[in-house]
Design a protein around this ligand. Structure first.
Ligand code: SF4
Ligand code: SF4
Length: 358
């Protein structure tokens, strides 16, 4: 009888980029000596042997139909060297080894409706989460809010007129894959979940749900003779963490699920160390299809920063220099009781709060 073979793990990480890389990039791998930024959306890298590669970045939506992908690939074949890559912010980049190909490539992209930009001190494409297309717990359509906002920030994407680079993000729930950003738009639940007791026993693994709550607000309970759960609403911080493992604990609500804006997060070590973003506006209506209230607040913050920050000062650097009281004064955003971190676990986070400084 054949010996049972151990089942080998399947790696789902990022694929090896080498087979797909532009030949010139492969040839000069690890030998690039400097790069420059000749104009918005274009980068030039020079290798030690003098060879150059030109990169053109175009704005694309994160979720694309195959007609759009084919169109982009056709442009890559016809005007570039047949190699493309996507950035973490869902932009497409075309690489060419010949400088003369750069302008025709830009023309082909803009003629086809893809803006070229997003480099250096521009507003880069908004990093955003999956929304209703891929995920089972979103409270809003992150991609829709991105589209509405980037339509309004088009000029800021194609021009490099910001004090420094500006990275935006949107997240369609409060707890999972949202990132830190100069300006982040994040789902905000304001009421505890409503429990459908008829379904809990059939659908949810109750110990897992109880363990999931960060403030121990969920208890097992017998309701109408059936095993179910109950929530201590005084303790609940409306984080939404119970909804993914237990969909009958519905927290999404057309009126009470809102959007909040956070400012000053960054993942890089440029000038100052990485920072966490801080809440600056809360309770904005989740108002599809264009989310005008969100766009208004984002633009207010963005253009105040543009007018007031010093050259190459990131949003977090700017706020650090002027202080949060001045931030609220200059942007005209109201400072309310909802900005105060009064969560009972805040004994650990108080010194990290945006608004209480010792
Ligand atoms: S942010 Fe939350 S809802 Fe949105 S895709 Fe990530 S896990 Fe899903
Ligand atoms: S929403 Fe968050 S805090 Fe409230 S019960 Fe669910 S897990 Fe606990």
């Amino acid at each position: 009888m054949a010996q049972a073979q151990p089942r080998m793990p399947v790696e789902h990480g990022a694929p090896d980029p080498m087979p797909f890389m532009h030949p010139l990039m492969k040839k000069n791998y690890g030998k690039w000596v400097y790069h420059s930024h000749p104009k918005p959306g274009v980068l030039m890298h020079r290798a030690a042997n003098g060879e150059e590669i030109w990169t053109v970045k175009a704005g694309t939506q994160r979720q694309m139909d195959h007609y759009t992908i084919r169109k982009l690939c056709d442009i890559g074949d016809q005007y570039a060297d047949g190699h493309v890559r996507f950035t973490t912010r869902s932009n497409i980049e075309f690489m060419v080894a010949d400088k003369k190909k750069v302008d025709p490539l830009i023309k082909a992209l803009t003629d086809a409706g893809f803006p070229v930009g997003g480099t250096a001190n521009s507003v880069s494409m908004i990093a955003h989460t999956q929304g209703f297309l891929h995920c089972d717990i979103p409270g809003t359509d992150a991609s829709g809010a991105v589209k509405a906002l980037m339509d309004e920030l088009y000029e800021d994407f194609i021009k490099c007129e910001m004090p420094s680079r500006v990275k935006l993000s949107t997240s369609c729930c409060e707890i999972n894959c949202g990132g830190q950003a100069d300006i982040a738009i994040i789902m905000q639940h304001t009421k505890p979940p409503k429990i459908n007791h008829d379904l809990v026993a059939n659908v949810c693994e109750r110990p897992a749900v109880v363990a999931r709550c960060p403030v121990a607000a969920i208890r097992p309970a017998l309701v109408n003779g059936k095993p179910s759960l109950e929530v201590d609403e005084k303790k609940c911080v409306c984080c939404g963490a119970c909804y993914p493992p237990c969909p009958p604990m519905q927290i999404n609500d057309p009126v009470n699920s809102k959007l909040a804006i956070w400012v000053g997060g960054k993942n890089s070590n440029a000038r100052i160390k990485p920072t966490f973003h801080k809440l600056v506006a809360s309770g904005l209506p989740n108002n599809p299809p264009r989310w005008p209230e969100v766009s208004e607040v984002v633009k207010k913050i963005l253009y105040t920063y543009k007018a007031d920050a010093r050259p190459w000062e990131r949003m977090a650097d700017w706020v650090e220099r002027i202080g949060w009281p001045a931030f609220f004064k200059k942007t005209g955003l109201p400072f309310t009781k909802y900005h105060i971190d009064d969560w009972r676990g805040s004994r650990y986070t108080l010194n990290a709060s945006a608004h209480i400084r010792f």
